[in-house]
Design a protein around this ligand. Sequence first.
Ligand code: PEP
Ligand code: MN
Length: 271
Amino acid sequence: MKEALSKPIIIAGPCAAESTEQINASIQQINKRNIQIMRASLVKPRTKHGWDGIGLEEGIPMLKRIKNAGIIPATEVLDIDEAKQIVDGVLGNEDGKMMLWAGSRNQNHRFQRDLGSLAAHDSRLIIGAKNQPWRSEDHMRGIISHIADAGGADRENILFIMRGYSELNDQGFRNVPDYEAALQIKKDEGVNVLLDPSHIGGTRDKVIKVAKEGLTLARNGVIFDGAMIEVHPNIEDAKTDQKQQLTWKEYDEYILPIFEKGEELSSNAAD
Ligand code: PEP
Ligand code: MN
């Protein structure tokens, strides 16, 4: 069982859980690599009305499959009742860890506090939070404060995820990254800060570009603690975010070498 989180923290896997076959194929790929956490969302907030996830009844056994394969399952949650239901269904009274995260569209501070409180009372939980879609460093610090100060979660168990701001830009990105604010927050707030190149880039070529530029960046000796990245075992079948999910071949070719440079990066992170 790959238990304690080691750096870089890599969360890879499909945008959404879609079928048992897709989850099994993803588990197989993850277990061939040094990846501790697998993402697979059961509920999908969508920009436009459409398929919005497999749901809890079918999805919880899929997350349990991931856990039973020795991988930490990670999934987005929309409210605290759903979060509790998923933890009960996936972990029950067993040992093991899981990650729940609040998505970018979900900026309810009471929910952030409740998630923090859930983690404060259950050391098996890792709490993730994406940044909000609009530009504000203050708001991002607020998210962390709600989870940690109000909710009581240990900052070491919080993964703050930079997924960019929804702004027009001439690079063709889906969302515009704010590396400077993310790395400053990591330095000041004592939480882990990850980069989400998938939702920043929006298309496979740009996801790779963002991963390279963001994950090799150092500011005042600070670098990203890792990344959340969407990888699908069978791209043609992807029901969400099809254009931005990488194949495992692309992951090996373009993303793995960046992480393999991780140690080198940490020791050079002094500019
Ligand atoms: C996701 O991670 O699939 C997702 C919906 O991300 P975001 O909340 O950053 O848009
Ligand atoms: Mn997605």
